[in-house]
Design a protein around this ligand. Structure first.
Ligand code: ADP
Ligand code: MG
Length: 499
């Protein structure tokens, strides 16, 4: 049976079902102030310490649009290859909730700031797929109800009230949990590249509403359920698997799917009903009379476009073309802008030190960054921007391998120490007198001794037991305290044993 996580197919008793997914991603805009007020937006502040009279919905307060939030939404739209609407409208979406003092959320409905676009996702089997974006609109976030502060009271923190959110709505183009995960990661990569959202899902600055339905292959769309506020890539994928299987069970038992909103419980790994889906007209959307429609000129859009950095897809393509990297390496190195910058700096330094063209040293450098450096950074939970080993020092280490001073094995140990102490490779090499022994005269003497000391193994080798070669290499390495150049040892041994 195929794995529904990657295939998007669920095998029911009466045949296969396809999973159909659409995501609504809420991404908090990076800005100093809220969407319609001057209150601060810092995460983790004392409850209700960042609330202006506008955010608390005091009578008579008027919203004033924050230009920076608009600019960030436009930049994001451009990065999603989407249409920028030069005319858009803010609407009131009316509903009652304790954490929404206005009694309505200011959002955009019929005329959003950004129209259709698409992003390309790369899948594990090496193929890629374009996922349609329906729209991106701006809206205010609500406050937060706190149920854990008092035994029988709920408290409300309005710090989040009024913070700008971009809601990025995908078309129902995602056909498996893996695609949904890749899409979410891609959106996160893009907003982080351009600095419009920090993408921190643990802190809630990015979260997804996950719409799931199932259908028979070739049939039209089935009825969906919407799973609210899922806050990690892993949970999104788990929620889809659970929800799609649940729907298949209901349908195969002859039931029907009710259009409803559900919650994902990560502890139980299941979704549970929250409320039946309000019809859109229940919100009584209407244009906010306190806000004028947004209108931009081409200049504003051009300036936003000019402020964009090289985007991840282009960077990845350039890394493959210019440096000859594998698609996998290029993908990993460009997933975060800081990683890509680190890699490019390393490559530049290494090319300088070695005098070789970047392309010749690029793959080795990539393997080192992805294997050694990322491995250590992950284990220590340190961001690449705070790496104790700089790009220049990484290049120095790699060059010491390249010029034969260090073996690969020795370089790993030296790196370990660089990472722990922050010292440079040359310092460590000098202090410990580390130098790989490549001199064949010196090594031959040692090899002769090893062979003489181990007559039994020598006999075994001569009797055809090729594997004993590894034993001899090990003995030579031991005799030189790991400093022998393994390549030279192998060559010399092969020659000696033949003779
Ligand atoms: P709402 O605002 O009520 O949530 P939208 O029309 O904005 O409704 O759609 C929300 C999301 O649901 C979109 O991402 C869309 O792709 C997705 N979606 C729509 N129909 C389906 C379906 N049958 N199965 C899965 N996802 C769907
Ligand atoms: Mg929705």
């Amino acid at each position: 049976m195929s794995d529904p996580r990657t295939s998007g197919l669920i095998e029911g008793a009466s045949g296969d079902w396809e999973i159909v997914i659409g995501l609504e991603i809420h991404a908090q805009v990076i800005s100093q102030a809220k969407l319609f007020s001057g209150a601060a937006t810092r995460f983790g502040a004392e409850p209700n310490s960042q609330v202006s009279l506008v955010d608390a919905a005091m009578p008579g307060m008027l919203p004033v649009i924050n230009r920076e939030c608009i600019r960030q939404a436009v930049r994001t739209g451009l990065a999603l290859g989407a249409q920028i609407n030069k005319y858009s409208v803010f609407d009131r979406k009316n509903y009652f909730y304790a954490d929404l003092p206005q009694g309505y959320q200011i959002s955009q409905y019929k005329q959003p700031i950004v129209g259709p676009g698409f992003v390309t996702i790369d899948l594990e089997d090496g193929t890629s797929k374009d996922i349609g974006i329906e729209r991106l609109h701006l809206e205010q976030d609500a406050g937060k109800s706190m149920h854990d502060q008092h035994p029988d009271l709920t408290f409300v923190d309005l710090n989040r009230s009024g913070i700008a959110l971009m809601e990025i709505v995908s078309k129902p183009d995602l056909s498996s949990p893996a695609e949904a995960g890749a899409y979410l990661k891609k959106i996160r990569t893009i907003v982080r590249y351009i600095g419009s959202c920090d993408g921190n899902m643990e802190q809630g600055s990015m979260r997804a509403d996950v719409n799931v339905s199932v259908r028979r292959p070739g049939e039209g769309l089935g009825t969906r359920c919407e799973i609210k506020n899922v806050n990690s890539v892993r949970f999104v994928m788990q929620a889809i698997v659970y929800e799609a299987s649940r729907q298949v069970d209901v349908l195969e038992a002859g039931g029907t799917i009710a259009l409803e909103t559900r919650l994902f419980d990560p502890q139980q790994g299941e979704t549970r009903p929250m409320r039946s889906k309000e019809e859109a007209h229940d919100y009584r959307y209407f244009p906010d009379p306190d806000l004028l429609p947004l209108e931009f000129d081409d200049e504003f859009i051009a300036a936003a476009r000019a402020s964009l950095p090289e985007l991840p897809d282009l960077k990845k393509a350039r890394f493959e073309a210019d440096f000859g990297l594998s698609p996998y390496n290029a993908e990993v190195l460009t997933a975060e802008r800081q990683s890509a910058d680190f890699y490019e700096e390393l490559l530049e330094e290494l090319a300088k030190l070695s005098g070789k063209p970047a392309k010749e040293v690029a793959t080795r450098a990539a393997n080192w960054v992805i294997g050694d450096l990322f491995g250590h950074l992950n284990k220590a939970a340190v961001a690449i921007a705070d790496s104790p080993v700089s790009a220049a020092r990484g290049a120095e280490l790699l060059q010491l391998v390249d010029d034969g001073t260090l073996s690969g094995r020795m370089a790993k140990d030296v790196f370990e120490e660089m990472f722990a102490s922050g010292r440079s490779a040359s310092e460590i090499v000098a202090e410990k007198g580390l130098r790989q022994v490549s001199d064949s005269g010196e090594l031959e003497t040692i090899i002769d001794r090893v062979l003489a000391d181990n007559p039994t193994q020598l006999e075994q080798y001569r009797a055809g037991k090729d594997k004993v070669l590894g034993f001899f290499v090990g003995q030579v390495m031991k005799a030189t305290a790991g400093k022998a150049n393994p390549k030279v040892v192998n060559e010399l041994l092969a020659k000696k044993l033949k003779g």
